[in-house]
Design a protein around this ligand. Structure first.
Ligand code: PMP
Length: 280
């Protein structure tokens, strides 16, 4: 299939990067994944704004003005105009001799492609997750392609046949390896505040808006692991995860949270989320 690479559409196997690309050599790059429901983009502007924020934070000089049109083109060229899909895009700093500082006057390397993704039916699933230590750096708000800590932790959950891993730092939940965590207790939704410890999830923002519409109070505060016993419902959010109920949490071989049924608040938010994404 086709990819958009450094200004041109081409078959993916014709796209070549330099061994001195800083994305390859140092993980010096950023990425974004934008969902398309039945061919229509969801929160495309938010995804572009987050990319721009991240570009600015790590001082990559890259013009994003054509990206909206390119994303739509990627979906249509892949024959996904009526389907559920996502667009992956990645910007690396570009090709330069290997240095630990950001080199100047380097042309960023850019890759984009659309792929089909199953977005329907998430509300009939539940995830079992592993709880483990957050090994990541202190700028998790930057959507970096340097995902080593995320993928190392996720591999442990995968090896155990689990669906995702939830990360804790200093006794508090931060987020999942590729999702945001919400806790429901006594009708109140808790989620980690934005800042350097988590990615500012676009789905997190959508779900907070839905909570406001549904009169579910939201507290943006870190949730302590020690209070897990008092929790009624847990769900995860993300671009492809959407709003996924958690049925079990496992830590060091023990079940530390179990909720076999999808709870009423999660259900309400799932229904509202479907209504929002299917009527674009
Ligand atoms: N946290 C991390 C670490 C992620 O990788 C993701 C997935 N992009 C999320 C949260 C959820 O963010 P979003 O809702 O924007 O997909």
């Amino acid at each position: 299939s086709e990819v958009y690479f450094n200004g041109e559409w081409m078959p993916y196997d014709q796209a070549k990067i330099s061994v001195f690309d800083r994305g390859f050599m140092l993980g010096d790059g950023l990425y974004e994944v934008t969902p398309f429901y039945e061919g229509k983009p969801f929160r495309l502007e938010d995804h572009l704004a987050r990319l721009e924020y991240c570009l600015n934070e790590i001082m990559i000089d890259f013009d994003t003005s054509s990206l909206k049109a390119l994303k739509l083109e990627a979906v249509s060229r892949a024959g996904l105009s009526q389907k559920d899909a996502a667009v992956y895009m990645q910007v690396s700093r570009g090709v330069a001799p290997r240095t630990h500082y950001f080199p100047e006057d380097v042309k960023p390397t850019f890759l984009m492609y659309a792929f089909p993704v199953k977005l329907e039916g998430f509300q009939h699933k539940q995830w079992r997750v592993l709880v483990s230590e957050d090994l990541r750096w202190h700028r998790c708000d930057i959507k970096s392609t340097s995902l080593l800590a995320n993928i190392k932790s996720n591999s442990e959950s995968h090896r155990l046949g689990l669906d995702e891993n939830l990360l804790t730092r200093d006794g508090y939940f931060t987020e999942g390896s590729h999702s945001t965590i919400f806790f429901i207790r006594n009708g109140i939704a808790y989620t980690h505040p934005e800042g350097p410890q988590i990615l500012s999830g676009i789905t997190r923002k959508v779900v907070i808006e839905l909570c406001r519409e549904l009169n579910i109070p939201v507290k943006e505060q870190a949730f302590p692991v020690s209070e897990l016993e008092s929790v009624d419902e847990v769900f995860l959010t993300g671009t492809t995860t959407q709003v996924m109920a958690v049925s079990e949490m496992i830590s060091e071989g023990k079940t530390i949270y179990a909720q076999p049924e999808i709870g009423p608040v999660t259900r309400k938010l799932q229904e509202a989320f479907v209504a929002k994404t299917r009527n674009l």
